[in-house]
Design a protein around this ligand. Structure first.
Ligand code: ATP
Length: 258
């Protein structure tokens, strides 16, 4: 693989809480390059989610070093790290309010540096009161704003105004994923079984959009790939139990099964 990785995990060890203190992950290392999708596989309980939560600084670990570029989360500051290295859980937790409230809240986080370009593409205003369709947010192709991205995956804009608790598992999963992928700013997305609640057709649409967001791999001509969407992520780590999906999306894979 190419020279300098975007993300690197060195010798990560995570233990279960006492009294068992047995390892969940033991001296685990990996690297991720720009343009790459790394698939993580493994039996249930082998530590896949734990790995992604450690990388996003949501889970404590006993030893190891995780860097983005040449910086650790501590050196960068954890809030900024969590913007750049974004974990998308398998089941979005039952958040209060609506997806639109959530989107507006995370857009306001101080750790997220909002450029005037980002502001320009914020078209959350396009959903009028009680309105189902909204506008198109401009006629020219450009960055995929979360609402547009989700719409490509079959999420009508009216759903953004519904309480999270009233959404189906697959609706909530697509909306959470569209927010993470479409809001811009994240360099690495950590996807925990991102399509587990989706039907085959929708799953393949989601796979295609996510793959098209990435820049070309180093050494690969950009004309070899579909157009890249705006400020999308540079690389993905993708947990899946499906060998077919691993084959479709993965450029490399690791298996955590013991
Ligand atoms: N806070 C915790 N306390 C005790 N054990 C934990 C804790 N968090 C995770 N574990 C254990 O660590 C192991 C790995 O869990 P993890 O959720 O990472 O597995 P996984 O590979 O993602 O599984 P699945 O495929 O079922 O989602 C499991 O045995 C789990 O019970």
């Amino acid at each position: 693989m190419s020279s300098s990785p975007l993300l690197a995990v060195h010798d990560l060890t995570v233990l279960r809480p006492p009294p068992s203190s047995t390892p969940i992950l033991s001296s685990m290392s990996l690297t991720l390059s720009p343009g790459e999708i790394l698939v993580v596989r493994g039996t249930s309980g082998s530590g896949k989610s734990t790995l992604l939560k450690c990388i996003s600084e949501l889970n404590l670990y006993q030893s190891g070093r995780i860097t983005l570029g040449d910086k650790t989360a501590k050196e960068m500051g954890v809030p900024r790290w969590r913007v750049l290295v974004s974990y998308v859980p398998q089941r979005p937790s039952m958040l209060p309010g609506t997806p639109l409230d959530f989107l507006q809240t995370i857009r306001g986080f101080k750790a997220r540096t909002t450029t005037s370009k980002d502001k320009h593409k914020d078209n959350t205003h396009i959903i009028g009161e009680g309105e189902g369709e909204g506008g198109r947010g401009g006629m020219t192709p450009g960055p995929r704003e979360p609402l547009d991205l989700a719409e490509d995956w079959g999420i009508e804009k009216v759903l953004w105004r519904r309480e999270w608790s009233t959404l189906s598992g697959g609706e909530a999963q697509r909306i959470a994923l569209a927010i993470a992928a479409g809001i811009g700013g994240a360099e690495v997305l950590l996807l925990d079984e991102p399509t587990s609640a989706l039907d085959e057709e929708t799953m393949q649409k989601v796979e295609k959009s996510l793959m098209e967001m990435l820049p070309p791999l180093e050494g690969q001509s950009s004309s070899d790939t579909s157009p890249r969407y705006g400020t999308g992520p540079k690389a993905l780590i993708w947990i899946t139990h499906s060998p077919e999906q691993a084959e479709r999306v993965g450029m490399r894979s690791i298996d955590l099964s013991r």
